[in-house]
Design a protein. Structure first.
Length: 299
């Protein structure tokens, strides 16, 4: 499969028609149609449903679309890295992570790098640990930020000085908002909205599960989530109480929501991770060195 043809296929998938994709690619319609047919013959599977001048993807086409997006993204990233070698320090840094306050000190370093080297660009990806490590393993990210507990055995990592505080997100109008903190007995019978990463059973030393102890298996978890924004909407609608970390959802004076910490206090550490034996671009290497210096200065 040629990368050029994969880009043609992605254009057809995006535009939903051969005609629209041909116009976008500045190709004739017969030329593009022939390229797509040759690709289907090469793979031995139909990729498109062609009906009423409208194109939809077959299951095989949807699989190829995912793989083609990864291949094209990797090719673009590699080309940008080699292009950056021609300049002093420039290029792209790809960083992924969950929603966390740890991004604040990292953002300061990114700002300083941009001031010193205006040719550096950043690409942020938000997701939970599974999302981030999948993209990291495929080479689509340079670094990931994981909220503990997380499996770090496959990666090099740098423990960040920041800590995230766990607690309960609930409506200010709820009588339980009068509590200063929530103990596990308070949560035992409540409908809970929980992060999938926090309740994953395959993490050794899961501090979240340890905090609940024997009550963990009997929790009434009605909804799970990977990022908190939509979970906050469910809390506001009265679906349940979200177990999350502080300062992610809006709990300001104009917000209908409030945050109350767990008691005893439960905090999670944070780790910056990267693939073992990773060969970084100059920009990514410089970012790591700056971050390591900042972490050492706080120890």
């Amino acid at each position: 499969m040629e990368q050029r043809v994969l880009r043609y296929f992605l254009a057809v998938a995006r535009e939903g028609s051969i005609t629209g994709a041909a116009n976008y690619l500045h190709l004739t319609q017969p030329t593009l149609s022939r390229q797509i047919r040759d690709l289907e013959e090469e793979l031995g599977r139909p990729l498109l449903h062609r009906e009423n001048h409208r194109i939809t993807l077959t299951p095989e086409g949807m699989l190829l679309r995912r793989r083609a997006e990864e291949i094209v993204s990797m090719a673009d990233k590699t080309q940008a890295e080699f292009s950056a070698l021609e300049h002093s320090v420039s290029g792209d840094i790809y960083l992924g992570g969950g929603e966390t306050q740890a991004i604040r000190p990292i953002a300061k370093i990114l700002k300083q790098l941009r001031e010193d080297y205006p040719g550096i660009r950043y690409h942020l990806f938000s997701g939970n640990a599974a999302d981030v490590t999948e993209r990291l393993d495929k080479g689509l990210l340079d670094f990931g930020i994981l909220i503990q507990p997380a499996d770090l055995s496959k990666y090099n990592h740098l423990t960040l000085p920041a800590k995230d505080l766990w607690g309960v997100l609930l409506p200010k109008s709820d009588p339980l908002s009068a509590k200063e903190a929530f103990q596990k007995e308070d949560l035992r019978d409540l409908p809970l909205i929980c992060s999938r990463q926090a309740i994953a059973p395959n993490h050794a030393g899961n501090e979240f599960a340890d905090w609940f102890g024997e009550d963990f298996q009997s929790l009434n978890i009605v909804t799970t989530f990977n990022l908190v924004y939509n979970a906050a909407m469910l809390v506001e609608a009265g679906v349940g109480y979200a177990i999350t970390i502080d300062k992610l959802a809006d709990t300001g004076p104009d917000s209908p929501l409030c945050f109350r910490p767990l008691s005893p206090r439960l905090e999670s550490g944070l780790d910056l991770i990267w693939k073992k034996y990773q060969v970084f671009s100059p920009a990514a290497q410089l970012f790591l060195e700056r971050l390591e210096d900042a972490v050492s200065a706080k120890q």
